[in-house]
Design a protein around this ligand. Sequence first.
Ligand code: NDP
Ligand code: 8X3
Length: 252
Amino acid sequence: MDQIILITGATSGFGKAIAEKFASNQWNCIITGRRKDRLEAIAKELKEKYKIKVLPLVFDVQSREEVMSALGNLPDEWKQVDILVNNAGLALGRDSFDQANLDDWDTMIDTNVKGLMYVSKAILPLMVERKKGHVINLGSVAGKEVYQNGNGYCASKYAVDALSKSMRIDLLPHKIKVTAIQPGAADTEFSIVRYKGDQTKADQTYIGYKPLYAEDIANIAYYCATLPPHVCINDLVVTCTAQADAIYFHKE
Ligand code: NDP
Ligand code: 8X3
C-alpha cells in the first residue's frame, strides 16, 4: 500500500533530509516551503531517483489563507496523509530581551507556533476520519530550557512542546500518534537564517565540536515513524555528544 508523508519546510535542512529518507523507502511525499524553485527541483529529483510520487506545495505557513487554500483541498489521491511532519520554522536574532526586535518575535511566533497550528488544523480532520495517523513536531532543546538571549525563540519552542502534549491528549480517542523531536544544535541553514545572512556568525555556532546533521534527524524521524502501531515515542530529546542540554557544550 502506498504511504503518504507531508513535510513542511522541505526546501532545506531537516525537512529536505526527512523527505529524502522517506522517499528512499518508497513513501510518496507532499513537500512544502516558500522557495518555489528549490521545492520544485527537490520534487523532480526525488521523483526521478526513487520512482515515487511527489506533490510540491508552495505556501507560507504564517498565512492562514495560504495554508487552508493549499491543504484544505488536497487532490483525492493525496488525502490519506499517514504522517504529518510539522518542521517549518526558524530562529531570528540572538539578542537580549530588552534589545530584541519585535518583528523577529512576530515572525517566530507566527511561523513556529501559529503556522504549526494552521497546518495541523488543515490535516488532522483527514487523520481523525481514518482513525489513523502520526504527527511529528519539530521542537527543540530551546523548548525544554531557556538560554541567554533565546527569549522569543525559546518561547515559541516551549509553545510547540505544549502543543505536542496537548495534541497527544486530545487525539488519543482517534488513535493518532504524536511525537515531539527536540534536537540540539544541528548544522543546517538554521544559523544563517538566525543571523540574517552573516556567514561568520553562523559558522561560529558549530566551531569546536561535531554538531548534529540533518540526516541524523531524518533517521530518527524514520525510526519513530516505523515502530509497531501500538508503540509511540512521545518526546525525544536529541543532541550531539558534545552537547549536554540547551546550555552546556564541550568545545575543543
Ligand atoms: P532550515 O533553515 O535549514 O530549514 C527551515 C525550513 O523551514 C526551510 O525549508 C524553510 O523553507 C521552512 N520555512 C521557514 N519559514 C517558513 C514559512 N514561513 N513558511 C513555510 N516554510 C517555512 O532549518 P532546520 O532544518 O534546522 O530547521 C527545521 C526545524 O527544526 C525548525 O522548526 C527549527 O526551529 C528546528 N530546529 C532546528 C535546530 C537546528 O539547530 N538546526 C535544532 C532544533 C530544532 P522556505 O525558506 O523555502 O520557506
Ligand atoms: C535550535 C537549537 O540551541 O539554537 O533549536 O536553540 S538552539
